[in-house]
Design a protein around this ligand. Structure first.
Ligand code: ADP
Ligand code: MG
Length: 534
């Protein structure tokens, strides 16, 4: 696969930073296909399954096309079939547009129309609405479409199924002639093709195909849990399944940091890899994983790709993969060489449909499982404890405690002594012992870190990895302490723990990178002191 990062699209720095804030590491296949022609204002028909990142595929170009001076009326309108989707799409666009100052307003039935009218009056660049409510506003003249530059029809086939076809045609008729039209749909029924013919000009047709996929003999299970319950579900599964080596996949770098950090806090030896870490750090992680120093590795797809990860007993999709290929890719890390493997996927109720789509296109079967109960977790922990004790006794490593036990037996029954010892053990003892939280990966929270500004950037051909390597080597600090690196044309930002900032500045300031003298200083803060400042 050709690597294509977001900045190769030539989109603005503010949007790049926002995407990095969102933890997007690289564009998804549909984004790679869609963003370039969309930026050229071409009409587009995009076909890809749910969960493939279509929102950002059109959202990024929409934000990039924001007018320099905001007009009186919206410059873009997105039509979506349901209120939930309108809200979701609008929220995602707002995240992407946050730093660029582009905003979207969701407009849907069921919410007070007065409220929407007031917001529309205040002025908004991008309207995301359900067709019915949009028509309502058009009729009330509270939504004027004469400055529209781009129309997006999201989930066009769904809108069709819901009987919105006339509304859509009416809305399209209200928008100016030379506008750009983007249409996204999972399927291409005749009606959609007719709309494309009548309302689009030489549309580029882009498809991401699931293709033929073969799944090895891997036991595949999914558990339906709410987003907030995922971590709890994960630890229960780890406790009960007792996996040897587990690979946990997350969607974003931030999620990797969070999940691995929390696991370590709870005493699970978990490492992390994602795109912000240097190659050498990643290699080191893999070595530790292979040796069993850590038996859980939390990763993004990108970081895990192309790495020589050993055969693992369990692959756990903490977040559902983007597409069927992604799913196949991930679960293929287990069950190699005839060994049995287990692939577990955690899905929120919202993602259930997406899971079924993955199942269909990957031509596989993923069975629903029910999460282990607390009682099962307790039993599993007891089993493990009993196993460790038996082993200890077999190895005879406990005999030095005989004098103590004999003394205790004078006062207490052997049963009480043993039970008390076990309770101590499972309280703060070996079972719950926490590993050093800072050993692997960057789980440091932002508040302990500061953002530094450096005068070197893309145009100097510097890359994230180079920056990490230089700082790590020059200042003598571990690579995983260097985080949230954002490289722009002429400058970059990096985050380091506050207590190391001076060391980094001293080591890097006036040093030479890529043949260029670099200055480094604290990044300027925004007035409210909360912003990361730039
Ligand atoms: P679709 O519209 O194709 O169903 P969405 O746009 O809703 O898919 O995206 C699904 C999920 O993937 C969202 O949570 C979104 O934030 C996330 N996502 C989109 N693009 C990326 C990316 N490049 N990297 C990581 N996550 C992404
Ligand atoms: Mg969508």
């Amino acid at each position: 696969m050709v690597y294509k990062s977001f900045y190769e699209f030539g989109i603005s720095d503010k949007v790049l930073v926002a995407l990095s804030d969102m933890g997007f590491e690289e564009p998804t296949p549909i984004q790679k296909l869609t963003i370039p022609p969309a930026l050229q204002k071409k009409d587009i028909i995009g076909q890809a399954q749910t969960g493939t990142g279509k929102t950002a595929a059109f959202g990024i170009p929409l934000i990039e096309q924001r007018p320099e001076v905001s007009g009186k009326y919206p410059y873009a309108i997105v039509l979506a079939p349901t209120r939930e989707l309108a809200v979701q799409v609008s929220a995602e666009i707002n995240k992407i547009g946050l730093r660029a100052g582009a905003a979207a307003l969701p407009v849907y039935g069921g919410q007070s129309i007065e409220l929407q009218i007031r917001s529309l009056k205040r002025g908004v660049g991008i309207v995301v609405g359900t067709p019915g409510r949009v028509i309502d506003h058009i009729h009330r003249k509270t939504l004027v479409l004469k400055e529209i530059k781009t129309v997006v029809l999201d989930e066009a086939d769904e809108m069709l199924n819901m009987g919105f076809i006339d509304d859509i045609e009416e809305i399209l008729g209200e928008t100016p002639k030379g506008r750009q039209t983007m249409l996204f749909s999972a399927t291409m029924p005749k009606e959609i093709i007719r709309i494309a013919k009548n309302y689009m000009e030489k549309p580029v047709h882009l498809t991401v195909d699931a293709g033929e996929m073969v799944v090895a003999k891997i036991k595949q299970v999914f558990y339906e849990v709410r987003e907030e319950g995922k971590l709890n579900a994960l630890t229960r599964l780890l406790d009960v399944e007792g996996p040897s080596l587990t690979l946990v996949f997350c969607h974003t770098k931030r999620e990797v940091d969070e999940v691995s950090g929390k696991l370590r806090q709870m005493g699970y030896p978990a490492g992390a890899i994602h795109g912000d870490f240097t190659q050498s750090h990643r290699d080191e992680m893999i070595r530790a994983f292979k040796k069993g120093d850590i038996d859980i590795l939390v990763a993004t797809d990108v970081a895990a790709r192309g790495l020589d990860i050993p055969d693992v007993s369990h692959v756990i999709n903490f977040s559902i993969p983007q597409d069927p290929q992604g799913y196949i890719h991930r679960i293929g890390r287990t069950g190699r060489a005839g060994k049995s493997g287990i692939a577990i996927t955690l899905v929120s109720p919202r993602q259930y449909r997406q899971l079924r789509l993955i199942e269909q296109s990957a031509k596989t079967s993923i069975k629903r499982g029910s999460l282990p109960t607390k009682e099962q977790v307790r039993q599993a922990k007891e089993e493990e404890l009993a196993g460790s004790l038996a082993e200890l006794i077999k190895e005879g490593k406990h005999t030095s405690f005989y004098p103590l036990t004999n003394r205790l037996f004078l006062k207490h029954s052997p049963e009480d002594v043993a039970a008390a010892a076990l309770s101590m053990l499972s309280g703060q003892g070996a079972m719950e012992e926490t590993t050093e939280p800072e050993t692997y990966g960057g789980d440091k929270k932002d508040k302990d870190s500061v953002r530094l500004f450096m005068t070197i950037g893309k145009l100097d051909k510097i890359m994230v990895g180079d920056i990490v390597k230089s700082i790590s080597a020059e200042a003598g600090i571990p690579a995983q302490n260097i985080r949230n690196i954002a490289v722009f044309d002429r400058f970059s930002f990096v985050e380091v723990p506050s207590n190391l900032a001076d060391k980094v500045i001293l080591a890097i300031n006036d040093s030479v990178m890529k043949g260029k003298k670099v200055r480094i200083q604290h990044a300027r803060k925004r007035e409210n002191g909360k912003g990361r400042g730039h």
